[in-house]
Design a protein. Structure first.
Length: 317
């Protein structure tokens, strides 16, 4: 049963839409065999492979087919990690619909802090990523980034020019800074554990984390979720497109349609965010997306046009 207050619906729809875009990539990839690796082998190699008693990845490595080895691993790893991430996001959003706030925050911790970080490392480490995954996968844990500042530097490097519209410092803080009230790190940890000892999120006397949350506390958690998660989901989408481009070429027309719709949906969320939950980062992204749509479509935007763009990707005058 969906008990979500209507003031959160635009943000909820945006988060689900970005989720669904990534799900469709997995479905389309499986249907079109994007995640299946095809290699050209000569007759001698085919003969060797047919008699090889082991995993094909071992055969590729033994025969110095490093490029094919990396592609095969990426085509297996990317959809698997993406699928696990999307399961968590889906269940978190459905939990918000049914009022299970603790479950939602608990489930979001893994995508925000771990899945996303793994994809970031994939982008940053490039060909070294496979070597690290093979020889020392524990290096790929978020705690090895060098704290919140380390995450900020990594995000800034990935975003490049995108840093003009997405704030690396803010994204890093939202995901990892337990000392900041404007962060998922603290509330996700409190949702995960009945008792927490970090000084910034230490469980109060005669309390158990999240268990005794009343109406005001729950409303705060809803307002925080739907004023912060859309910003992170947009970053999720940017990282997603960067990662999957290494294994699959996406049609430009499709990318344009999707980005138009995301931009329009994002702008529609702005009017529903309470004033005391609005941030400069969210506002700056809205301004950038508004300029993008005006330039791309050559029109002045209205609420009705934004709704139409959100549905179709295009504005009909």
């Amino acid at each position: 049963m969906n008990t979500l207050d209507k003031k959160y619906l635009e943000s909820h729809r945006l988060c689900f839409f970005i989720h669904d875009v990534m799900v469709e990539f997995i479905k389309g990839g499986e249907k079109n065999k994007i995640f299946t690796s095809f290699f050209d082998l000569n007759d001698q190699e085919k003969k060797h492979l047919s008699s090889f008693d082991g995993h094909i990845l071992d055969w590729l490595k033994i025969h110095n087919k490093h490029k094919e080895y990396e592609i095969a691993i990426k085509k297996t790893l990317i959809p698997a990690v993406l699928s696990d991430m999307l399961h968590c996001i889906f269940e978190a959003l459905k939990a918000m619909e049914s009022g299970k706030v603790t479950i939602a925050y608990l489930l979001l911790r893994k995508p925000i802090q771990e899945h996303l970080y793994l994809f970031e490392e994939m982008l940053l480490q490039k060909s070294d990523f496979i070597k690290i995954l093979e020889n020392d996968p524990l290096k790929l844990r978020p705690k090895n980034a060098g704290g919140v500042e380390g995450h900020q530097r990594k995000i800034a490097e990935i975003l490049g020019n995108f840093s003009a519209i997405l704030d690396p410092k803010y994204i890093a803080s939202l995901r990892y800074d337990k000392t900041c009230e404007d962060s998922f790190a603290g509330c996700c940890n409190q949702a995960m554990h009945l008792f927490t000892e970090h000084k910034a999120i230490k469980t109060e006397s005669l309390n158990v984390n999240f268990i005794f949350a009343g109406f005001e506390a729950r409303e705060t958690l809803y307002n925080f979720m739907y004023s912060r998660l859309p910003y992170l989901m947009y970053y999720f989408y940017i990282i997603f497109e960067m990662v999957v481009s290494s294994i699959s070429k996406t049609a430009d027309d499709y990318l344009l349609d999707i980005h138009n719709r995301i931009a329009a949906m994002f702008l529609l969320t702005m009017d529903h965010i309470p004033e005391n939950y609005q941030t400069k980062q969210y506002y700056d992204l809205c301004i950038a997306l508004e300029k993008y749509l005006i330039s791309n479509l050559g029109i002045e935007l209205t609420n009705d046009l934004l709704k139409n763009i959100a549905l179709t990707g295009y504005a009909h005058k």
